[in-house]
Design a protein around this ligand. Structure first.
Ligand code: NAP
Length: 231
């Protein structure tokens, strides 16, 4: 039975790889992006007629999320995937020197937006059979992992982990599983060409892991292969 996934940041990187793999196996994807008419998504939609719904969504904008929510009213979503994210500046992320304006901007995308999106589309997830809300966070948000640099990015991922656990506890009685994933170190614009794995490898592992996850895994923090990560 084909599922319906909604993915933020579906136009490139890990989000695009997940979208591509889901379409290949016959699922339906609501591909949310700031520019959903970009070439890659348009080509994918043409190659998989009826399977891809492009959705205009800037995750940091209340107005944009409201408009997208209205556009999807009554539509069931099996898996909602918060994937959109930013790293922030490559410098001024140390304990001794931090760019506060950049820090606020990164929190808008990496922390507030996943919760805003999860709350907005919760009724759609409750109308679906899958009942899963997954967020791509990062191993770099692990406090127990003894972090050393990238203060802005790491703190944003630690914060979204906490926000999603609180959210997960709030929706537990509705049987909606809330899942947190490190996607691996992935060859994308963010991860760089020297990263460990390809977007397709990460996407395949994440999809396999999400497929077999449910309420038993709610509020877990795991990697793309399903292995637990210390908080
Ligand atoms: N790559 C890695 O090694 C790695 C490791 C750990 C975690 N992650 C996490 O994995 C996720 C995906 O990363 P990636 O490597 O695929 O990064 P990427 O190639 O840089 O892609 C980032 C995606 O996020 C979207 N995005 C950013 N701000 C947005 C906004 N305000 N509204 C809507 N979309 C927005 C981008 O859209 P535009 O094209 O419009 O900018 C793009 O689609 C992120 O959450 C990242 O933190 C990645």
């Amino acid at each position: 039975m084909p599922q319906t996934w909604m993915i933020t940041g579906a136009n490139r990187g890990i989000g695009l790889a997940i979208t591509t793999e889901l379409l290949r196996r016959g699922d339906h994807v609501i591909a949310a992006a700031r520019d959903p008419e970009a070439n890659t998504l348009t080509e994918l939609a043409a190659a998989h007629p009826g399977q891809l719904t492009p959705l205009s969504l800037n995750v940091t904008s209340d107005a944009s999320v409201s408009a997208a929510k209205e556009a999807l009213a009554g539509r069931a979503i099996d898996v909602l995937l918060n994937n959109a994210g930013v790293y922030g500046p490559r410098d001024r992320q140390s304990g001794l020197d931090v760019d506060f304006d950049a820090w606020r901007e990164v929190f808008e995308v990496n922390v507030y937006a996943p919760l805003r999106v999860a709350q907005a589309f919760l009724p759609n997830v409750e109308a679906g059979k899958g009942r899963k809300i997954a967020t791509i966070t990062s191993r770099m948000g692990s406090i127990g992992g003894n972090p050393g640099n990238a203060l802005i990015y790491r703190s944003s991922k630690a914060a979204v982990n906490m926000a999603m656990v609180v959210f997960g506890n709030a929706v537990r009685t509705q049987n909606v599983a809330v899942l947190l994933f490190h996607p691996g170190w992935v060859q994308t614009d963010m991860g760089g060409g020297g990263a460990d794995i390809t977007p397709a490898e990460s996407a395949g592992g994440l999809i396999r892991t999400i497929d077999v996850s449910g309420m038993a895994e709610t509020n877990s923090f795991r990697d793309w292969q399903g292995l637990s990560i210390v908080w």
